[in-house]
Design a protein around this ligand. Structure first.
Ligand code: PAF
Length: 281
C-alpha cells in the first residue's frame, strides 16, 4: 500500500492506475477506522479496480476546537487495517495542502446543509462538502463510498456531486452495527460502560419505528414513538429527531406513504451519537 503525504504523490499513483486502464474508487475518512469504514473499503473494492482511501481530520467540519482536538487518532493502526483490507493507496494530506494559505473557496448545498442536523451543527455540512469536493478533485475517482449512517451527509454529497457535475458515482453503504445493534462510530470508544449500554436505545427506537411503519402509521406518530423511547432512557439526551423524504430530505407530514429517512442524534455522557434508518409503509 502506497502512503502519500502530499496530493502530488497521490495524483501520480492514480495516474499510474489510469495508464493501466484501471478504475479508481475513493473512501474518504477521518481515520480511527472501525468496521463501518472497512465496509466502505470492501464495497469500493467490489466497484473499482483500485482503492484510494484518505485520512484527513477535516477542521472545517468541527464546530468547536475542543471537539477537533478530542477526535481520536491512530495512524499506524489505520494503515495496518487499510493495507490488510487491500487498499492500494492512502492519502494523508497536510492541512496546509487541503486548505492553502489564503484559501477562500467553499462548497455548500444551500438547502440541504441548513436543515435537520445542519441546524444543530451550523457550518458542519459546508465543511463536509468543501473538503469532499477538494478530495474529489485531488483523487478524481470513478466511484466514492459513503456510509448510510450519516444519511444527511450521504444525500448532500449526492446532491453536490450532481450539481457540480463530478463524473463520480456515489455509493451508499449500509450502516455496520455491533452485535448488540449499536451503530459503529469512532466516538463509541469515548462512552463509559453505562452510557455504552444506554446508547442501545437508539437502535431500539429505530427498530420500533420500522415495525410501526410496516404496520401503517403517520410521521407524527413515528416522531412521538421515537421521542418517547429515547426520553425513557435517563442517560440519553435527545438532540435531533428528523423524519424526511428519503431521497431529497423534503419535509413530510401526515400518513407515511413513501420511504422516509429517520435521522436521530442523542448525547450520552457528553458524547453525541447518530443513527439512522429508512422506513417504508
Ligand atoms: O464521514 C466522514 O468521516 C467525513 O465527514 C468525511 C466524509 C470523510 C469528510 O471529512
Amino acid at each position: 500500500m502506497k502512503i502519500c503525504r502530499t496530493i502530488a504523490d497521490c495524483r501520480s499513483a492514480v495516474a499510474s492506475y489510469r495508464r493501466a486502464d484501471e478504475s479508481v474508487g475513493l473512501v474518504p475518512t477521518m481515520g480511527y477506522l472501525h468496521d463501518g469504514h472497512m465496509a466502505l473499503v470492501a464495497r469500493a473494492r467490489e466497484a473499482a479496480d483500485r482503492v484510494v482511501a484518505t485520512i484527513f481530520v477535516n477542521p472545517t467540519q468541527f464546530g468547536e476546537a475542543a471537539d477537533l482536538d478530542a477526535y481520536p487518532r491512530d495512524e499506524d493502526r489505520d494503515f495496518a487495517l487499510l493495507e490488510a483490507a487491500g487498499v492500494d493507496c492512502v492519502l494523508v494530506p497536510p492541512v496546509c495542502e487541503v486548505y492553502p494559505e489564503g484559501d477562500e473557496t467553499i462548497v455548500e448545498t444551500t438547502r440541504m446543509a441548513n436543515m435537520l442536523h445542519g441546524l444543530v451543527r451550523p457550518g458542519h455540512f459546508r465543511g463536509v462538502t468543501t473538503v469532499v469536493a477538494r478530495l474529489f478533485n485531488f483523487v478524481q475517482p470513478d466511484i466514492a463510498c459513503f456510509g448510510e449512517k450519516d444519511y444527511q451527509q450521504l444525500q448532500i454529497v449526492r446532491r453536490m456531486t450532481r450539481d457540480l457535475g463530478f463524473p463520480i458515482e456515489i455509493i451508499g453503504v449500509p450502516t455496520v452495527r455491533e452485535a448488540d445493534g449499536l451503530a459503529m462510530s469512532s466516538r463509541n470508544v469515548r462512552l463509559g460502560a453505562e452510557d455504552r449500554q444506554a446508547a442501545l436505545v437508539l437502535s431500539r427506537a429505530l427498530a420500533a419505528a420500522d415495525e410501526a411503519a410496516a404496520r401503517g402509521t403517520s410521521i407524527e406518530a413515528l416522531q412521538a414513538l421515537i421521542a418517547d423511547t429515547i426520553n425513557g432512557e435517563p442517560r440519553a439526551t435527545l438532540r435531533g429527531l428528523d423524519i424526511a423524504g428519503a431521497e431529497d430530505l423534503s419535509q413530510i407530514t401526515g400518513p407515511l406513504t413513501s420511504p422516509a429517512a429517520i435521522m436521530l442524534s442523542a448525547e450520552f455522557g457528553g458524547v453525541l451519537l447518530l443513527d439512522q434508518r429508512v422506513v417504508s409503509p
